[in-house]
Design a protein around this ligand. Structure first.
Ligand SMILES: Cc1cc2nc3c(=O)[nH]c(=O)nc-3n(C[C@H](O)[C@H](O)[C@H](O)COP(=O)(O)O)c2cc1C
Length: 454
């Protein structure tokens, strides 16, 4: 297929790096693994991403350590300094790359968060982004003495109201509210500063915001959440979707088609939003070498202890003293009915899951750990730099994605080969920038306007 046969023959790939912070996919146990929380790690990784002309450096967020069966789950990488604090420090060490903070709308308040985000936009000269999440677990609420706090449906009601109030705050200062000359009588013109009052089912806000309009007007809005409500929320409000649909072409295209339909329903253009799925990328000199490396990486991600922890969640029993390299547990799983707190992670009957696991293990002669690996999530793309550049050009020109948020399996050097080897191959194929054309995150993403859409 020649590039002109594609629906989007001139499409450009956008890359971000997603520094997850909490997960078992980032390997901490190799000699080359660096700190997951030292500032030097963040600085090293964002420097590589900016050298690779990435659109954004993107941080996840979680407000409580993960637990399993009432115990802290101590196998994951954890830590996560507050994203906005961290990005503000990184703003001073970089000049172009976007700085995206995941911040949830369930446990924050709009007057405070809108101010911190527009502060980041001001301090970084227009590079701030906000990944709006609603957070799908009740135990985070316990941190705030609120217990479960909000039902799934109400979380998006609150998210929508939150964003509306935030936008009013970002719009409260007229563009010319501040004196542009030292001859002016006043530094700020009070007539150009509006007081924001909002009384909704979730908020009671009365605020005269402290900050003038930030360079992008509104920080770029990302959204991560996969339910129908989450997708509709994104179609109405987001500039970028951080999706989980980027490994398989058909799945990515189906997701993009669904989002485009929702954008039309919301009265927005299909080009108003970028779809950037999360992905892991493994490179090798040959396809075989890449596949071998991917398998080696998977064995370090799904260690025996992690495999037993994952299986323990399925069975609802503590399996930590079993042999991960032996057969599947003989017991039936304990069935606990869903609590209704979960988001789009649909509840599945563990008996069904165990049946699939047993069938697969039997048919392929797999151990428990090998079964966990075989049936675990597809994490992304494996291949040679040239092969993956071809594949990504196909994905983006066909309109299945607008780019990827890459989660490296190694901190802080896990982006190096991607920047040094994959980026030049993408550039050669004309699907990736040769230099930053603009200065703001909105410009990098090729998003129209200044973010003042309604
Ligand atoms: C790709 C992806 C990344 C997410 N990252 C985070 C995160 O960093 N922090 C967080 O609290 N929630 C995160 N979430 C959870 C969402 O905010 C949301 O609470 C959850 O997906 C349930 O909503 P849903 O039913 O619409 O999917 C993420 C969700 C997705 C799909």
């Amino acid at each position: 297929m020649s590039s002109t046969d594609y629906p989007r023959p001139h499409a450009q790939l956008h890359l971000g790096v997603f520094f997850q912070g909490v997960n078992h996919w980032t390997i901490w146990s190799l000699p080359e693994s660096g700190s997951q929380i030292d500032f030097s790690s963040f600085r090293r990784m964002i420097g590589t991403a900016e050298r690779g002309l990435f659109d954004a450096f993107f941080l996840g967020e979680g407000l409580r350590l993960r637990e399993s069966g009432g115990k802290i789950h101590d196998l994951d990488v954890a830590g996560r300094p507050d994203a906005i604090t961290q990005l503000a420090a990184l703003a001073g060490l970089t000049s172009r790359i976007g700085l995206v903070a995941t911040q949830n709308t369930t446990y924050n308040e709009p007057a405070d968060l809108a101010r911190r985000l527009s502060g980041l936009d001001l301090l970084s000269n227009g590079r701030a982004g906000w990944n709006v999440v609603t957070t799908d677990n009740a135990w985070t609420g316990e941190n705030f003495r609120r217990g479960g706090y909000l039902d799934h449906a109400d979380r998006y009601v609150r998210a929508e109201q939150f964003l509306t109030v935030a936008r009013q705050i970002w719009d409260s200062w007229d563009t010319d509210a501040i004196a542009t000359s030292t001859d002016a009588e006043d530094w700020a013109d009070p007539k150009g500063i509006a007081t924001v009052g909002a009384r909704t089912s979730q908020f009671d806000v009365e605020i005269t915001p402290t900050l003038p309009r930030s360079p992008q007007g509104h920080p770029v809005i990302f959204q991560a959440g996969d339910s129908a409500e989450g997708r509709d929320f994104a179609a109405r409000n987001a500039d970028v979707i951080f999706s989980a649909h980027g490994s398989d072409f058909a799945d990515a295209l189906a997701f993009a088609t669904d989002i485009r339909a929702r954008l039309r329903t919301a009265g927005r253009s299909e080009d108003a939003l970028r779809i950037l799925p999360g992905t892991e990328i493994v490179l090798g000199d040959t396809e075989e070498e890449a596949a071998e490396k991917a398998h080696w990486i998977r064995l370090h991600q799904v260690t025996p202890a992690t495999a037993l922890a994952i299986a323990g969640q399925v069975w609802g029993i503590d399996l930590s003293d079993r042999d991960a390299d032996g057969p599947l547990p003989a017991e039936d799983p304990v069935v606990v009915e869903p609590t209704g707190e979960m988001g789009s992670r649909r509840w599945k009957d563990p008996r069904e899951i165990v049946r699939t696991w047993r069938d697969t293990a039997e048919a392929r002669g797999l151990s428990l750990r090998e079964t966990v690996i075989a049936l675990g999530p597809q994490r992304g793309h494996v291949g040679t730099p040239a092969g993956l550049a071809e594949k990504f050009a196909h994905f983006v020109r066909a309109g299945a994605v607008d780019g990827f948020n890459i989660s490296p399996y190694l901190t802080p050097d896990g982006l190096d080969d991607i920047v040094d080897r994959l980026v030049p191959e993408l550039q050669e194929r004309g699907v990736y920038r040769e230099r930053y054309a603009g200065t703001t995150l909105r410009e990098h993403l090729g998003l129209a306007g200044s973010g003042f859409f309604r």
